[in-house]
Design a protein around this ligand. Structure first.
Ligand code: ATP
Ligand code: MG
Length: 389
């Protein structure tokens, strides 16, 4: 049986893709994916061992179902937990997803200079991703394998996705970002076809980075996976084995915040054999992130970025970005209500920080439990070693 954690991860993947489709003006496709996400959250809720998880997942299912209903389309029936049906869905499936649904081909506009701190991670990425592209001859001369897959992992909101984009920009490669959940199809052969198509597209580029974001939504352990996910993993393994390590014009990257749930076969040599941990930002990184986030905002003279950084240890980069946004919202709101226009003050930041808890603490707690269960403490030593929580 698929675990509730896996179901919830798959649901997250679907709902993210649904949102992207909705934002890009494709309500019907978005609606179908919202329904799938709702169904998966329902299933996760039904098998969750903990009452709090049950309620959260049921709430999410209901929210996504309401979202699906709000989008244009034929009527949908909903009859409580475990049952999400669409009257028009018979005979339809996501094997009809177009190439554009699966692949986002883009040239990223984010470089390393837009990422605060994390200098040692950037150096690891340079060695693993950028130098094999920019110093191809040296790698060949020393017989070094380049082109093995790299798995970026770590707590949510700490820069995995932006790091992958920045890597592509730094080496001038085409960035083929795969909406991992979209490649899944319950129809025999379709999921595999989608994976094949991605690698074919990449091979047609001069230089390409294929990026499977949130890969945990499909590449789960085959023992726990449903049939379609097993086929996805098998095809992924076959395609990665087919990437010639001497042919370093193609690199495969993936990101996840649940690395322990990924099929271990994908971590063997030649596949995602290199794993790079992207931790929460340290003090210097937080200073850099605050500077980046605040550079175009009016700040009171007393606002001190160093103090802000020391007040926010164990917050993620995404938390810091939200703190800046919410702090700016306070004087903005006042001004909109007709009060005096003023700069953002230290008090605004303190108010926001007081209200917000760091989002990664619970991730570390859950991660450790899961890693102990899979008995891979030595593989994920960075997560286990950190004794802050
Ligand atoms: N080191 C950083 N420098 C600048 N901004 C950052 C940094 N880390 C995170 N951020 C901010 O947080 C946001 C989230 O980062 P990102 O999407 O890369 O996280 P992630 O690790 O992929 O998270 P998830 O696991 O939820 O997908 C970014 O868009 C950016 O605004
Ligand atoms: Mg991400």
């Amino acid at each position: 049986m698929t675990s509730p954690i896996t179901l919830a991860a798959q649901a997250r993947g679907y709902s993210k893709s649904a949102k992207e489709l909705e934002d890009s003006g494709q309500p019907e496709r978005a609606r179908q994916l919202y329904l799938k996400a709702a169904k998966l959250y329902n299933d996760a809720s039904a098998s969750a061992p903990d009452n709090m998880d049950k309620n959260t997942q049921r709430d999410l299912a209901e929210h996504l179902f309401a979202k699906a209903q709000s989008l244009k389309g034929p009527s949908i029936e909903y009859s409580g937990a475990g049952a999400v049906n669409s009257t028009d869905n018979a005979g339809k499936d996501d094997s009809s997803l177009s190439r554009d649904d699966i692949i986002l081909k883009e040239i990223p506009n984010i470089g390393f200079s837009d990422i605060g701190g994390l200098e040692n991670v950037k150096e690891e990425i340079r060695k693993a991703i950028i130098y094999p592209f920019t110093h191809k001859d040296l790698y060949k001369m020393y017989g070094q394998n380049a082109g093995e897959g790299i798995l970026l992992y770590g707590p949510p909101g700490c820069g995995k996705t932006i790091m992958a984009k920045a890597a592509a920009k730094e080496c001038g490669a085409e960035f083929i970002s795969v909406k991992t959940s979209s490649i899944v199809s319950k129809w025999v052969g379709a999921s595999e076809k989608n994976i094949k198509q991605i690698f074919e597209t990449a091979r047609q580029c001069d230089k390409a980075i294929v990026f499977f974001d949130e890969i945990d939504s499909v590449a789960v352990r085959r023992s726990e996976a449903e049939d379609y996910a097993k086929r996805v993993v098998n095809e992924l393994l076959a395609q990665m084995d087919g990437v010639d390590t001497a042919d370093n014009d193609l690199l495969v990257l993936a990101a996840t915040n649940e690395p322990w749930s990924i099929d271990p076969a994908l971590r063997r040599p030649g596949r995602f054999s290199k794993m790079v941990f992207i931790p929460e930002p340290d003090l210097d990184a937080r200073i850099a992130i605050f500077n980046l986030q605040l550079k175009n905002r009016p700040l009171d003279e007393a606002v001190d970025v160093k103090s802000l950084a020391s007040m926010t240890s164990s917050y993620s980069g995404a938390d810091l970005a939200s703190i800046c946004k919410e702090a700016a919202d306070i004087p903005l709101g006042e001004a909109l209500r007709g009060e005096k226009v003023r700069k953002i003050s230290m008090k605004d930041f303190a108010t926001v920080i007081d209200k917000r808890k760091p989002s990664i603490v619970s991730w570390y707690i859950g991660a450790r439990k899961s890693i102990q269960k899979t008995e891979e403490e030595d593989v994920f030593s960075e997560i286990m070693q950190d004794i802050k929580w």
